[in-house]
Design a protein around this ligand. Structure first.
Ligand SMILES: Cc1cc2nc3c(=O)[nH]c(=O)nc-3n(C[C@H](O)[C@H](O)[C@H](O)COP(=O)(O)OP(=O)(O)OC[C@H]3O[C@@H](n4cnc5c(N)ncnc54)[C@H](O)[C@@H]3O)c2cc1C
Length: 490
């Protein structure tokens, strides 16, 4: 975007949230603009495992204990509405996106977890959710599982490609590589791009994964970044029921589903999640999933391995709703963004068109639940921040092509990446958000912030999180006195 513009509705972020919000907005807004700082639907949505479900681990037992049955029931209803809506859209628009209705299973991986499965089953009963305790394929787990029928999964990229085409037919303007750095509401809401262009809109929906709006609330205190891993096998003829399988309590956690592809059925194993602040080997977490796949299904080859981050709130409910008169937010889905993004788009539509949503109260973004999690996370942050700044000073940096490392060169914290042509990329790995030191993520070839989840690619380009600018590039001349260290390994 290279000029100022005005529109009726501005949507910031073109992941599942932003594009779903735009699709729903076709019913009430004529002039819609979408901006994304990168390519459309290449953020977290591109890395999802795409189980569309209202079965989110042990959420109902937790919600009943924390908030009571009314909130727990509404959460179920909100997610089921999202699931139903996506099925409706896929049917109406005739979208070929490998959508399939499957059973969902929440399984105990260890015997001692069966009591949690039973507690969640009792919560289902209390809320009137039709679940039953069953046994699943013993190769996944020999222990009890809680079945919830009529859940789903799909291919979000195929889905969003079609949704984007529909938006374009309706003359929605979509700008890629356009970063918003500030959003505020004076007389009307306004957004400013990093190129200092102004967008005036009657309404703004922030769907940027991490909220940009600073004027409101301390999101960084109540949004906890969590990293999850995922692996995908080649074609397999494993005879296991095609379903969504999740275990969210074990350490590490597990999720399984089958993926349709032109080559056949592929097995996707995901999980091994941890808070971003945990100093843990990315490679080892992915290895855990591979080991599980090898031991339990005899599959040792996983051509695709990736990891991404999603935000969880300290009270496990997403942040969706109105933040000022004409600015709305959709964020923090606790790794359950499929039903939540679609359901969230409906909540925003209700708030705009009816000035009411029955779910608004439980999802309201301004809430701050003071609980143990919020205190431990934030009090521990000073320690995390100090730990991240302690970047190792390396005497020798060995880089094979397509690898990177962080080190201290003199007083500078430097990330060095060598591409396949041996070209070096040097960036200052100090997070622009709160000056934490970044760590290299060898799976995604990114620099990740362990404090609040900002992430950058190896060229320094911002990908996610509260930071609002790219990393500073470092010229080789700036670290000339250390050059022999670099040349040595050329
Ligand atoms: C490994 C993994 C597995 C998962 N599996 C599941 C699952 O099975 N089921 C499920 O329900 N959920 C799952 N999730 C969660 C789900 O994928 C996410 O919650 C969801 O994709 C978030 O979508 P989004 O549109 O909000 O964010 P994104 O897809 O990240 O989109 C946000 C967009 O905003 C853009 N943006 C950011 N800042 C700016 C800015 N300042 N200006 C302009 N644009 C900006 C970004 O470039 C991006 O394109 C999983 C998550 C992970 C990490």
């Amino acid at each position: 975007m290279n000029e100022d513009l005005e529109c009726e509705l501005l949507i910031i972020g073109a992941g599942l949230s932003g594009l779903s919000a735009a699709y729903e907005a076709l019913a009430y807004a004529k002039d819609i603009v979408i901006v994304d700082e990168n390519r459309i639907y290449q953020g977290t949505t591109a890395s999802t495992t795409a189980k569309i479900t209202a079965q989110h681990g042990y959420i109902y037992d937790d919600l009943i204990k924390t908030f009571g049955t009314i909130t727990a029931k509404k959460y179920y209803e909100f997610n089921t509405r999202g699931l139903k809506r996506i099925e409706e859209i896929i049917t109406k628009e005739n979208i070929a996106c490998d959508f399939q209705i499957v059973n969902g299973y929440l399984f105990a991986y260890k015997e001692e977890e069966e009591k949690n499965v039973e507690a969640e089953a009792r919560a289902y009963q209390e809320l009137g959710i039709q679940g039953e305790i069953v046994k699943i394929d013993t190769r996944i787990s020999p222990h009890k599982a809680l079945k919830l029928a009529n859940q789903a999964n799909f291919n979000p990229e195929k889905y969003l490609k079609r949704i984007t085409d529909i938006l374009l037919v309706h003359k929605v303007r979509i700008f890629e590589n356009t970063r918003i750095i500030d959003v505020y509401e004076n007389e009307t809401p306004e957004a400013i791009t990093s190129e200092r262009k102004l967008i005036k809109a009657k309404r703004i929906i922030i769907a940027s994964h991490y909220p940009i709006y600073k004027g409101f609330n301390f999101y960084f205190m109540k949004m906890i970044p969590q990293i999850s891993y995922s692996i995908l096998s080649g074609p397999t003829d494993l005879e296991i029921e095609n379903a969504n399988y999740i275990n969210t309590i074990s350490n590490p956690a597990l999720g399984l589903r089958f993926v349709k592809s032109d080559e056949g059925r592929l097995l996707n194993i995901s999980g091994a999640s941890h808070d971003a602040k945990t100093f843990i080997s990315y490679i080892k977490q992915a290895e855990f999933l591979k080991e599980y796949g090898k031991k339990n299904f005899g599959i040792s080859d996983y051509p695709y391995v990736w990891c991404t981050q999603d935000y969880t709130t300290t009270d496990y409910l997403p942040l969706i709703g109105r933040v000022t008169k004409n600015i709305y937010l959709m964020a923090s889905y606790n790794k359950w963004g499929m039903s939540t993004a679609i359901g969230g788009a409906l909540v925003i539509k209700d708030l705009i068109t009816l000035n009411y949503s029955k779910f608004a109260h439980i999802l309201r973004p301004e809430r701050l639940k003071l609980n143990k999690k919020i205190f431990t996370y934030n009090l521990g942050m000073i320690g995390t921040l100090l730990k991240t700044r302690n970047i190792p000073r390396r005497k020798i940096i060995k880089l094979t092509p397509e690898t990177g490392k962080v080190t201290k060169l003199g007083m500078k914290r430097v990330g060095i990446y060598k591409d396949k042509n041996h070209k070096l990329y040097l960036v200052d790995v100090t997070c622009p958000h709160m000056r934490c030191g970044l760590r290299y993520n060898p799976i995604e070839k990114t620099y990740d912030c362990k404090c609040h989840g900002s992430r950058f690619d190896y060229t320094g380009k911002l990908l996610d999180g509260p930071a609002r600018r790219d990393l500073y590039k470092i010229e080789i001349e700036d670290v000339k006195s250390y050059l022999n260290l670099l040349n040595e390994n050329k």
